[in-house]
Ligand binder design. Structure first.
Ligand code: UDP
Length: 331
């Protein structure tokens, strides 16, 4: 199948693009390289540099049958500081993409949604029918796009799947997380191990969690990517389905730091800091629906294995090594 991957130069998008190519799909990547990296795009893909608003209709009309939509702004603290950029870049661009799909008759879409739509959940693990109450603009924009997909399925016969990611980490085949300004926990901790930072700040130690720090559900990017290929086969016209993607196990910030110490052999000093605005205390997925309906089972669920793959990627990218040549990243 010929598919469009928006944001295919970013972290998750590039790993999915590589898996799509490996599965025999023809892949067109559309990315404006605002946060992505050209060298993360698999060489077999057609690459179009540009904005969705300008280029989506033209790319879709060239035989594309389905869209995997990753292009987005995805940093929670940045969204708190600059909400307008998130409403325009995420919601505005996604509505333009849906308009281009309507105009060209492309009826299947797999969308990168997020656990951040749930905000402060009433209970964990979180099922897909938990209330949508985001606590930050990033989550609010993704929730708005999910709602638009529901309406497009109902009124325009589009088959849509939203995949709500929990905390993605790790790397595959030299494609990993590489943001210009890093805000995510695991890459920051690994920067300490690489000697690029003195210490990790732990944002909030007074949450109602066992050790007082935030709890998250970390999922390997390769497992997450595999769910997209399954989702592509579950885009049923007129239907919008939502799936949570996580391992169903929560790790606190302190536990993540401890696992990183074990994997890297570095002492990784921590500094206790205040809460970061917009952070829910605990986000852990119920993966039952994805398992039952998509047949998705994470194959790399252990946090040590996830961190080990991230560490391999970051240490290679920092020095010489096979991963350095293909280092990818971005939102
Ligand atoms: N965090 C932290 N120090 C950092 C970066 C993140 O304590 O330098 C915490 C953050 O407050 C959150 C958790 O680690 O509770 C995961 O944050 P991340 O930004 O990786 O992902 P998010 O859950 O916000 O998508």
């Amino acid at each position: 199948m010929r598919v469009l991957v928006t944001g295919g130069a970013g972290y998750v998008g590039s790993v999915v693009a590589a898996q799509l190519v490996a599965a025999g799909h023809e892949v067109v990547v559309l990315d404006n390289l605002s946060t992505g990296h050209r060298d993360a795009v698999p060489p077999e893909c057609v690459f179009v540099r540009g904005d969705i608003r300008d280029r989506a209709a033209e790319v879709l009309s060239d035989g594309v049958e389905a869209v995997l939509h990753f292009a987005a702004k995805s940093i929670v603290p940045e969204s708190v500081a600059r909400p307008e950029m998130y409403w325009s870049g995420n919601v505005g661009a996604s509505l333009a993409l849906l308009e281009a799909m309507r105009a060209t008759g492309v009826r299947r879409i797999v969308f990168s949604s997020t656990a951040a739509v749930y905000g402060e959940p009433e209970r964990v693990p979180i099922p897909e029918d938990a209330p949508v109450r985001p606590t930050n603009p990033y989550g609010a924009t993704k929730a708005a796009i999910d709602a638009a997909l529901t309406e497009h399925a109902r009124m325009h016969g589009i088959g849509a799947v939203s995949l709500r990611y929990f905390n993605v980490a790790g790397a595959q085949d030299g494609r990993g997380e590489r943001h210009t300004t890093e805000t995510h926990l695991i890459p920051i901790v690994l920067q300490v191990a690489l000697g690029r930072r003195e210490a990790v700040s732990v944002f909030g130690t007074d949450y109602g969690t066992p050790d007082g720090t935030c709890v998250r559900d970390y999922i390997h990017v390769a497992d997450l990517a595999e769910a997209h290929l399954l989702a592509l086969d579950h885009c049923t016209p007129g239907r919008h389905r939502v799936y949570n993607l996580g391992n169903g196990t929560g790790f606190s910030v302190r536990e993540v730091v401890e696992v990183c110490r074990e994997v890297t052999g570095h002492p990784i000093p921590v500094v206790e800091d205040g809460r970061r605005p917009g952070d829910p205390a605990a986000l852990v997925a119920s993966g039952r629906r994805a398992r039952d309906e998509l047949g998705w089972l994470p194959r790399r669920p252990g946090l040590a294995a996830i961190v080990a793959d991230a560490w391999k990627f970051h240490s290679a990218a920092a020095g010489a090594g096979p991963a350095a040549a293909h280092a990818g990243g971005g939102a």
